[in-house]
Design a protein around this ligand. Structure first.
Ligand code: SAM
Ligand code: SF4
Length: 328
């Protein structure tokens, strides 16, 4: 699939649920309303859509959410997608908050998942609970080490927040190095109404990188995961550190992805509202050919890029939907 700007679209991110067992302050408000079950695609419907994308040239699928591992029966989807590895699909992966990994790490590895991203913004138990509202650091760490023991490669994702975890990046980089994990830092994006003030949270990663360089040797690398992160090798640990900078650097030129929500809505850009609905055709009995044609038509509408801005006067998000719906 090639979009109007010549970009090959080979990466599908699938949010399998909008629900979550945590309430991270930058992602959700405490009293989130979730979608009614009837609006959410069944795992079979999600599998059928994924199969259509694979037919059309998708080689990488990331399962995300909400918290993907709280969706009931989700391992059946991993198993069915895993069975497509080597038959069009080259990589199946997942982004998780880690809380369910003690239960599922072995099953994920058995399904063919080789690496996963775990979101962890802090190594302080108190801060962890403050950021996630409902989480316990120990549970997430147990999950991370269960995944490591199951043979999964791990990348830790941390959202950089001013005055919250900005004093911890040195220690997190050391911790990741000691355990053989990569670390990826993310700028807060203005998505969805939350309870707090985002302009207070925003911390440009250019500042973080300059600070890290005082302690660590960050060597340029051309390592690419097909994602928007810019990676460096940390000479002292041999692991990588990545920076995702949607606010300070526009990474849209090399965008290779689209995002499917759990309701069957395809967003061609994380930062734009245009979308294509696949639930209706799926439930109206569309044939494989009709689904393929609808996907191709949607890719033809992929916009050139996002234009995230934080409106400092209004403190309104530039995209109204939450990250947990589109899938981070
Ligand atoms: N629940 C899973 C998790 O936390 O890893 C998967 C979904 S979560 C929405 C995916 C990623 O999006 C997480 O790493 C989270 O930190 C990030 N995220 C959520 N809201 C964000 C925001 N407003 N700005 C930047 N990153 C955000
Ligand atoms: Fe849940 Fe992930 Fe959002 Fe945190 S970032 S509330 S873990 S979906």
């Amino acid at each position: 699939m090639i979009d109007p700007f010549g970009r090959t679209i080979s990466y599908l991110r699938v949010s399998v649920t909008d629900r979550c067992d945590l309430r991270c302050v930058y992602c959700m408000s405490e009293d989130m309303t979730f979608l009614p079950k009837a609006d959410v695609l069944t795992l079979e419907e999600l599998d059928r859509l994924c199969a259509a994308f694979i037919r059309l040239g998708t080689t990488k699928i990331r399962i995300t959410g909400g918290e993907p591992l709280v969706r009931r029966g989700v391992m059946a989807l991993f198993d069915s997608l895993g069975a497509r590895l080597g038959a069009g699909l080259a990589e199946l992966t997942v982004t998780t908050n880690g809380s369910q990994l003690t239960k599922y790490a072995t099953g994920l590895r058995a399904a063919g998942v080789k690496r996963l991203n775990v979101s962890l913004d802090t190594l302080s138990p108190e801060k962890f609970t403050a950021i996630t509202r409902w989480g316990k650091l120990d549970k997430t760490l147990e999950g991370i080490f269960a995944a490591k023991a199951a043979g999964l490669a791990i990348k830790i994702n941390a959202v950089a927040m001013k005055d919250v975890n900005e004093d911890e990046f040195d220690s997190m980089l050391a911790w990741c190095g000691a355990h053989g994990f990569d670390l990826c830092l993310i700028e807060t994006m203005p998505m969805g109404d939350i309870d707090g003030d985002r302009t207070e949270q925003y911390l440009p990663l250019s500042v973080v990188r300059a600070r890290l360089r005082k302690t660590w040797t960050l060597e340029d690398t051309d390592y690419q995961t097909g994602g928007p992160a810019r990676y460096f090798t940390v000479a002292e640990t041999g692991r990588r550190v990545g920076f995702i900078t949607p606010m300070t650097h526009n990474f849209c030129e090399s965008c290779n992805r689209v995002r499917l929500t759990c309701t069957g809505t395809l967003y061609m850009c994380l930062g734009q509202d245009d979308a294509a609905d696949f639930r209706r055709p799926l439930r109206a009995g569309a044939s494989d050919d009709e689904l393929d044609a609808a996907i191709i038509a949607a890719i033809a509408r992929k916009p050139k890029g996002h234009d995230f801005v934080i409106d400092r006067r209004e403190n309104k998000p530039s995209v109204a939907r939450h990250m947990s719906l589109t899938g981070g």
